[in-house]
Design a protein around this ligand. Structure first.
Ligand SMILES: C[S@@+](CC[C@H](N)C(=O)[O-])C[C@H]1O[C@@H](n2cnc3c(N)ncnc32)[C@H](O)[C@@H]1O
Length: 242
């Protein structure tokens, strides 16, 4: 399952989806997404921006070559608000936490946030340092080239500190994405932030229930109800394709 197989069905829940992607790389997902408005942010796009802008023509598609922290500053983000935000930039706990909190501020009512790589596939993949992850893989003969960083700590932060947000995890193979939307739930057991920042790969595997891993269709059923509850009166329901 590619990112687009998760992102597009969510985008299609909105009549006129406004989509933001943090961390776009070569645009494999961003270029494939069909949405009314699309905004791309990357510290270093891996494609020619002039060509991409020309190809977008008169469409409502925008590219911001800058760190995500800068993009969320008031003079850039302005009043822009989004229905769906995909966070796939720097894969560390600190950065994804900042991206998430910033994303929550610019999400429209009824919006959805997706975060990539929340469940590391190995100890090496879970290291916050990309360089150390590679070095360890080489040392141990691990041929898998996955680096998911310590984004996994974000799941425990959300569970323990953000009870206004529901979430579920959708996975396929070694890749898992967290899907979250604003809806109150009961707060579970809480760790200190310091404890969360020290959680290890072993803790994750032993506390896998924290992820609420579910099939995409089951999560889409929940999102459909969530989106419908926030739909402005008189507006059309899900997209029928532009
Ligand atoms: C995993 S790739 C994104 C893949 C893309 N979302 C896709 O679906 O094909 C991560 C990207 O995040 C970008 N990135 C890293 N740190 C960033 C930051 N602080 N702000 C914005 N982008 C960042 C990198 O340049 C890289 O292109």
């Amino acid at each position: 399952m590619q990112h687009i197989d998760i992102i597009q069905p969510i985008a299609d829940l909105y009549a006129r989806p406004a989509y933001l992607e943090i961390g776009v790389c070569d645009g494999m997902t961003f270029h494939a997404v069909s949405a009314t408005r699309k905004v791309a942010v990357d510290i270093e796009f891996r494609f020619d921006l002039d060509q991409a802008r020309a190809a977008a023509g008169g469409q409502d598609v925008h590219f911001h070559a800058m760190p995500s922290d800068r993009f969320f500053e008031p003079d850039i983000i302005g009043d822009d608000r989004f229905d769906l935000i995909f966070i796939d930039g720097l894969h560390t706990f600190d950065q994804t936490l900042r991206d998430l909190l910033n994303a929550m501020n610019v999400l429209k009512p009824g919006g959805t946030i997706v975060v990539d790589d929340v469940l590391p596939s190995s100890y090496a993949a879970s290291l916050p340092s990309y360089e150390r992850s590679i070095a360890l893989r080489q040392e141990t003969g691990n041929r898998k080239n996955h680096w998911m960083g310590d984004v996994y700590r974000l799941v425990f932060f959300i569970r323990d500190y953000l009870p206004a947000w529901r979430y579920a995890t959708v996975g396929s193979g070694p890749f898992h994405r967290l899907i979250l939307w604003q809806s109150p739930r009961r707060l579970g057991p809480t760790r200190t932030v310091e404890q969360i920042s020290r959680l290890s790969y072993g803790d994750v595997r032993l506390e896998i229930d924290a992820y609420d891993i579910r099939p995409l269709d089951a999560v889409l059923d929940d999102l459909r109800v969530h989106v419908a509850a926030h739909r402005p009166a008189g507006s059309s329901p899900e997209r029928d394709g532009d």
